[in-house]
Design a protein around this ligand. Sequence first.
Ligand code: ATP
Length: 295
Amino acid sequence: MIDVKGLVKRYGNKTVLDGIDLSVAEGECLALLGHNGAGKTTFMKIVLGLVRADSGWVDILGGAAGRREARTGIGYLPENIAFHPMLTGRETLETCCRLKGRAAGEAGGLLERVELGEAADRPVSTYSKGMRQRLGLAQALIGEPRLLVLDEPTSGLDPMLRRRFFSIVEEFKGRGVAILLSSHQLTELEARTDRAAILRQGRLVAEGALSDLRRQAALPIRVRLRSESIDSIHDQLGGRRINGQSLELTCAHEDRIGFLRRLTELPVDIDDLEWGMPGLDDLYAHFDEQGGQRP
Ligand code: ATP
């Protein structure tokens, strides 16, 4: 659905995207991560055909970005979407349907889909930020897109609406829709995206599934133990005492199975164990600090 190789984009003498290789397959969700100004939106605009790359190979839905089939096959939610405040949600979405060459009647079902059915006939000026964001999502879903490009889609949504947003993402993925999204909410992406790509100053510094990124980063795993015999465990394994009965240890990623074996072989009872694998935020910080180095 997206296949990009050696993508370069410059604005003046500033290189905003520097040799990006990325692909997103049917039914896959790729999260694009990076600090402000890393190049996420620019990458999305190139996929959409709104911005032209300076060099590199760009194949979107089997051809050039921006051609008619690519435009009609993509649903796009921009970062800061604005609607006419005097139009109702329904009027707004009906207009978007017509602009995309679809029947205005499609609007009703989509408004229900994003739970704006009851507010559909109120002017957008009366909508909360989260409601406007959902209206933005509804317009991205017009016309059964094969690829969804969503720039910070969960900004402004409360935790319940975020969950519902990701259930919509799952539903579309299940139908084979490819999804490219950007977000700064790293924790919520962990269980909900297939792969993450980390951009730093226009360069791709890491890319892969969470398990791949963990393997590449090889960050230590934090383990917290509670036991009546914590002194004895501390004597044998070292670590940092937390309080009377708890101990915090770290174990190398590649030694995690051996570490578990050593724990189970201890001649004492362990009452509780917390296994703290590095999260996407730890991995992001790691790759961002490393900077510049390609995977
Ligand atoms: P954010 O998380 O803040 O949305 P981003 O990762 O989406 O950031 P981009 O919007 O792609 O970043 O911007 C990447 C860089 O390109 C920034 O330095 C930005 O100032 C620059 N840039 C983007 N559009 C233009 C433009 N039309 N002209 C000149 N510079 C631009």
